[in-house]
Ligand binder design. Sequence first.
Ligand SMILES: Nc1ncnc2c1ncn2[C@@H]1O[C@H](COP(=O)(O)OP(=O)(O)OP(=O)(O)O)[C@@H](O)[C@H]1O
Ligand SMILES: [Mg+2]
Length: 285
Amino acid sequence: MTETTAGPLAETPGLPAPRDGEGRKARIIAMCNQKGGVGKTTATINLAGALARNGSRVLVCDCDPQGNATSAFKVALLDDEKGPTQATVVVDGSDPRPLVARTRVDDIDVLPASMDMYLLPSRLRETGAALQLYARMLGRLVDEYDFVLLDMRPALDTDTDAQTAAAHAAIIMVDVDEWAMKAVKMQIAQHKKILNLLSRPADSLPVLGMVIGRVMKPMGSFDAAVYKQLRNHPRIPLLGEIPIRSSDLKEARHQGLPVESYRPKSDTAGFFRAIAANAGLVTAA
Ligand SMILES: Nc1ncnc2c1ncn2[C@@H]1O[C@H](COP(=O)(O)OP(=O)(O)OP(=O)(O)O)[C@@H](O)[C@H]1O
Ligand SMILES: [Mg+2]
């Protein structure tokens, strides 16, 4: 993975010409938890960095109208008053490829968010075919990438249902919090519901594992008990944990970069490489 020297590239949308590895069929991974503020976006950006370092081409699909992943890569949000957006291409089936923006990292592109995505749940319901529509949209992009990471918003709603239906696997982000286990349960319930609705087998949407974000140590006895429960979850393996690291993560984000590009020798970058390896997405950490 090399860093480009150019500044923000939001003004040069459109996919780069295919290079080596034509005919890639991306694995679509839902980065999810309907609990807010647990580190989904931070993990998505930095897992993308770890995968790109390993030679993979990665698309980050910013599924959240907040647009934090888009902004973190210094890409402009799309504007429905100026043209098509992720919300419009999902619903009307038109080509999403012109919306894709390059980032400052060669092998990471972003499908930006837009504020009109707050209307997606109702628009998707109106179509009567919601569960097919993200899969259709992302199906137009998978040939160009090895991975599509879905940075999902914290909600169980029609839009996250449709995104889940498009995913081949999921990673659940959690934080050390009283309600963490309940949140994981609800997330799994959403996956089960979607698989049932689509008559798909359980192994068609494996949870690769969970990542505990924003870990602060030492922790009090209550947090320590929650932490232990999460680490020993009976069904979901632990892929890794990210300690609170304001400087590495925030400085990298300020530059529009994953920590892998900004400070590759930091232990923070190493945590995300380990997560990629533990999830089986790369061969070695
Ligand atoms: N390991 C960390 N160290 C320091 N700050 C962190 C860490 N992980 C996340 N943060 C910060 O915590 C906040 C929430 O993180 P993030 O936006 O990644 O969570 P999220 O799950 O995507 O939130 P939302 O549910 O709103 O989409 C952000 O301000 C982020 O910069
Ligand atoms: Mg987020």
